[in-house]
Design a protein around this ligand. Structure first.
Ligand code: ADP
Length: 391
């Protein structure tokens, strides 16, 4: 069972006993925890220990003035919402108080309903400020984790290359055995450098997707010739593993409304994976269809499959399944994340069905291009794009 949330806390600082009493009662009726203090000094101590969501402060008090209380409360915690209560004679000062950081003011005398209204609004503002702060902290933690992860990923192959080259430098090149060994180390260096290049390449693509600089063209693209074109570039790689590549596409076009380069990045990633994580002698089938305003491209393989427990994390940055097949296969863990970002920018979805040990099918659903003659298509496509941008 989940614990009920603790009531939010409001502090009232006012030298007028009746005012403290009535504010306390109204706040308690609103389901809040209320603490009252009779002067600025005690009030500030209370704020420092209790860290309330909201402070209601009278501007005119003996000792520390309401104005000073406002600035000192914000020194304690800038997110606390401050509401000023004031007599009509001090309205100008109240306006000044709002300028210096108070959220709002309420002239005396006021009705309980007026206080409730202003308190509710103030608490809502506080909640939003706390959420925004939390989000900011999470983002900066993610950024730090991302930078340290990337540094680690870059450093590991570099350290390996450095070590191989160091040994090679001291190797007796006249000795046949050593020469053969030297060749092997050079090959390993090249593999590590390839890994580095792939990581940097994927990382740059991700930065372009995130920064919105990857070509954002929105045109009518026929995927029917695009898919066989991509498959063709993988014929040699597939042959090395004796993998059959096949396309099952309809006779007619498969028009989508998108960016040709980005679409190639997506299907390139999916087809590479279908080959990389396939078994020797396996098959990769890319099929396409169109129905109900959607084009669906499915990339199916007969490879290692993806364990069920890993599927929810598959599209996260740097995620790789921790099994023998992934360990043996070089990769960055960025391809699927990039693909998902691109597909959703085009208003589509990407999902996976898989059975560990038997293969996987990645299905990309994209909004189909509407023919202008049929349904005022130019406008429909443009409107759809505007909706995607607004998301
Ligand atoms: P990479 O392949 O560079 O590691 P991806 O983001 O493309 O990165 O894929 C993330 C992980 O998902 C891979 O490391 C692999 O474990 C798993 N994966 C992706 N596609 C497939 C597939 N077709 N079959 C099995 N596992 C896959």
């Amino acid at each position: 069972m989940t614990e009920p949330a603790a009531p939010e806390l409001a502090v009232v600082i006012d030298d007028d006993y009746t005012m403290r009493l009535s504010c306390g009662k109204i706040l308690a009726k609103m389901g809040l925890r209320a603490e009252t203090f009779e002067d600025g000094a005690r009030g500030l101590d209370g704020v420092a220990t209790l860290k309330p969501a909201l402070v209601i402060v009278d501007l005119k008090m003996p000792g520390i003035s309401g104005m000073e209380v406002i600035s000192r409360v914000h020194e304690i915690d800038p997110q606390i919402t401050i509401v000023v209560i004031t007599g009509y004679a001090t309205i100008d000062t109240a306006v000044e108080a709002v300028r210096t950081g108070a959220y709002d003011f309420l002239p005396k005398p006021f009705l309980p309903e007026e206080l409730r209204l202003i308190v509710n609004r103030g608490l809502e503002r506080h909640r939003l400020a706390v959420e925004a702060k939390q989000h900011e902290i999470e983002q900066s933690m993610l950024k730090r984790r991302f930078v340290s992860f990337i540094s680690h990923q870059l450093r590991t192959p570099l350290v390996a290359v450095h070590q191989y080259l160091d040994v090679l430098k001291h190797l007796d090149q006249q000795d046949d055995v050593h020469r053969a060994k030297g060749q092997e180390w050079l090959d390993r260096c090249l593999i590590r450098i390839d890994e580095l290049q792939n990581l940097i390449g994927d990382w740059l693509t991700l930065a372009q997707v995130e920064g919105g600089t990857l070509s954002k063209e929105r045109i009518k693209v026929d995927l029917n010739p695009v898919i066989p074109g991509i498959l063709k570039t993988y014929e040699e790689t597939a042959l090395e593993k004796n993998i059959t590549l096949q396309a099952q596409l309809p006779d007619g076009p498969l028009f989508v409304w998108g960016d040709r380069n980005c679409l190639s990045v997506v299907f390139d990633n999916l087809i590479t994976n279908a080959i990389k994580y396939n078994r020797r002698g396996g098959t990769v089938t890319v099929s396409g269809s169109q129905s109900r305003g959607e084009v669906v491209i499915a990339v199916a393989d007969t490879g290692v499959g993806i364990p069920e427990k890993c599927r929810p994390f598959l599209f996260e940055e740097f995620f790789r399944v921790k099994d023998d097949s992934s360990k043996k296969t070089p990769g960055t863990g960025l391809g699927l994340h990039i693909s998902k970002r691109i597909v959703s920018e085009m208003g589509g979805t990407i999902e996976v069905q898989s059975e560990a040990g038997f293969g996987s099918t990645f299905s990309v659903r994209l909004p189909a291009w509407c023919e202008p003659a049929e349904a005022n298509g130019e406008q429909t496509n443009a409107r759809r794009e505007a909706n995607i941008d607004r998301r």
